[in-house]
Design a protein around this ligand. Structure first.
Ligand code: CP
Ligand code: NVA
Length: 311
C-alpha cells in the first residue's frame, strides 16, 4: 500500500518514530553530513493557494534529500482548462514519485489520493494541515523535552490547524484545549476522534469559549489567523467575533511562567497575536517554521522510500 499523509491520523502508528527521525535528520543537516536517500526521485507540488513556508521547505527539503521538486500551479496545468483532478493524478503518477497538494477542499485532496498511484502528502486543505503539526510537535519536543506534562491551549478559529493539533496532541499524549468564540469550534467528528484517542493515550482534549480561563497554567499557547485562505468573505463578522481572542501580554501572563507561544505563520500582528508577544521572549514561531523543513524531510523519506507503484 502507498503511504498517503492526508490526515495526521495517517501517521498515527509511526508518529513518534517520524519525530525521532526528523530530529536525527536535523542534526545531520546541522553537522553538515549529507543525507540523500531520495536521489533521482521527484516530488510534484500542486498549490491551489499561496504559500511561503510549505512551498520553500518542501522544495529545499527534496534538494537536500538528493531529489528534485516541481512547483505546479493549477493555472499553468491543464486543470485550469478543465482536466480533472483524477486524470491529473493518474498522469503525474507516471512521472513523479510523490505528490504534495495544497487544496481548497479536502474532497479534492481525497480524490487526488484515490486516483494517484504514488503517495500524496497534504500541504494544507480546509480540514487539516498535518505537516504543520508534525513540525509543531518536533518544536514542542525540543523546547519542552516531551509531551506528557504539557497542556497546549489553542486560542482562535477552529480551523484546519486546530483540527490537526487536536488529533496530533491526542496521539502523542498531550492535553489540548481548543478555545474559540462560540460558533467557531473545530470539526465535531475530528473532536470526537481526538477525545477517543486521548482517552487511550492518557491526554485530555477539551473545548472552551473563555480565553482568560482556558490559558490559566498553559505550558503552550498556540494561535493561527482568524481568516483562513478561502474564508475571506467572513472577514468583517470574524473581526467582531474574535476581538477577545488576541494572544497578548495579558493572556500570556495568565499561563505558566515558562509558556511557549506558537503560531504556524503567516501572522497578523494586532489581530490574533500582539507584536509584543510574537516578537517577545516566549515566542518560538521561527523555530517552528524551520522545523517544517526537518519534519517534512522525515515524512518524504518515509513515504517515498517504501513506495509501491501499483500500475
Ligand atoms: N504555515 C504555513 O503553511 O505557511 P505557508 O502558507 O506560507 O505555507
Ligand atoms: N489556517 C490557515 C493556515 C495557513 C498556514 C489557512 O488555512 O489559511
Amino acid at each position: 500500500m502507498k503511504k498517503d499523509v492526508i490526515s495526521i491520523l495517517d501517521v498515527q502508528d509511526r508518529i513518534k518514530d517520524l519525530l525521532r527521525i526528523a530530529a536525527e535528520i536535523k542534526k545531520k543537516h546541522n553537522d553538515g553530513e549529507p543525507f540523500t536517500p531520495l536521489k533521482g526521485k521527484s516530488l510534484g507540488m500542486i498549490f491551489e493557494k499561496p504559500s511561503t513556508r510549505t512551498r520553500i521547505s518542501f522544495e529545499v527539503g527534496m534538494t537536500q534529500l538528493g531529489g528534485h521538486a516541481l512547483y505546479l500551479s493549477p493555472k499553468d496545468l491543464q486543470i485550469g482548462r478543465g482536466e480533472t483532478i483524477a486524470d491529473t493524478a493518474m498522469v503525474l503518477s507516471r512521472y513523479v514519485d510523490c505528490i504534495m497538494y495544497r487544496a481548497f477542499k479536502n474532497e479534492m485532496m481525497v480524490e487526488l489520493a484515490r486516483n494517484s498511484t504514488v503517495p500524496v502528502i497534504n500541504g494544507l486543505d480546509d480540514r487539516e494541515h498535518p505537516c504543520q503539526i508534525m513540525a509543531d510537535l518536533l518544536t514542542i519536543k525540543e523546547k519542552k523535552g516531551g509531551f506528557e506534562d504539557q497542556h497546549l491551549v489553542y486560542v482562535g478559529d477552529g480551523n484546519n490547524v486546530c483540527n490537526s493539533l487536536l488529533l496530533g496532541g491526542a496521539l502523542v499524549g498531550m492535553d489540548v484545549t481548543a478555545c474559540t468564540p462560540k460558533g467557531y469550534e473545530p470539526n465535531e467528528e475530528i473532536l470526537q476522534k481526538a477525545k477517543a484517542i486521548g482517552k487511550e493515550k492518557g491526554s485530555v482534549i477539551s473545548l472552551s469559549n473563555d480565553s482568560e480561563e482556558a490559558v490559566k497554567g498553559a505550558t503552550i499557547i498556540y494561535t493561527d489567523v482568524w481568516i483562513s485562505m478561502g474564508d475571506e468573505e467572513e472577514k468583517e463578522r470574524k473581526l467582531r467575533d474574535f476581538k477577545d481572542f488576541e494572544v497578548n501580554d495579558r493572556l500570556v501572563s495568565l499561563a505558566s511562567e515558562d509558556v511557549i507561544v506558537m503560531h504556524c505563520l503567516p501572522a497578523h500582528r494586532g489581530l490574533e497575536i500582539s507584536a509584543s508577544v510574537i516578537d517577545g521572549p516566549h515566542s518560538v514561531v521561527f523555530d517552528q517554521a524551520e522545523n517544517r523543513l526537518h519534519a517534512q524531510k522525515a515524512i518524504m523519506a518515509d513515504v517515498m522510500q517504501s513506495r509501491f507503484k501499483s500500475h
